[in-house]
Design a protein around this ligand. Structure first.
Ligand code: RP5
Length: 167
């Protein structure tokens, strides 16, 4: 059963911007693995990780990298599992370089790229992909949406209370 998420980051220095992926996957009880490997410094390790991912019951892969971020595209080239690209910010070009490196994939090898630093959405998208074939996970996602809905409604009430409006 391919119900896990593989989380790959190009460098340990990416981890602060990847940590929310791990936290979010844990919140949903989704099994995951996490690894540091670089497309340019350790390409053979990336190849091994990506090509053997299905054997480790991974159903979706998340690749996070900064700068000239070819990691997600390289991973996607080695597997037919869906790959989510997480561009890392804080580079000389504030992550715009990583964003374009990931999102502008030529036709044939898609990378579903989230926002620069969009770790939570990377995790949620991975959970949504897995939830297509998992009703229990889908129920957790619906509960999560309901919680967000309630939070906005509560904040709306708080705002009106603060500024002294009754409606
Ligand atoms: C990329 O280069 C990594 O994903 C990281 O964002 C960036 C810098 O890596 P370090 O020099 O901090 O290891 O490959």
């Amino acid at each position: 059963m391919r119900n896990g998420v593989g989380v790959l980051m190009g460098s340990y220095s990416d981890f602060p911007q990847v940590e929310s992926v791990i936290i979010t996957l844990r919140e949903f009880g989704v099994p995951f693995e996490a690894k540091v490997a670089s497309a340019h410094r350790t390409p053979e390790i990336v190849k091994e990780w990506a090509t053997t991912a299905p054997e480790r019951d991974l159903g979706v892969l998340i690749a996070a990298a900064g700068g000239a971020a070819h990691l997600a595209g390289v991973v996607a080239g080695f597997t037919i599992l869906p790959v989510i690209g997480l561009p890392i910010g804080g580079t000389a070009l504030s992550g715009f370089d990583s964003l374009l490196s990931m999102v502008q994939m030529p036709a044939g090898i898609p990378v579903a790229t989230v926002a620069v630093g969009g770790a939570i959405n990377a995790a949620l998208l991975a959970v949504q992909i897995l939830a297509v074939g998992d009703d229990a996970l889908a129920a957790k996602l619906r509960a999560h949406r309901e919680k967000m809905h309630q939070s906005v409604v509560d904040k709306d009430a708080l705002l009106r209370q603060k500024i002294g409006l009754n409606r």
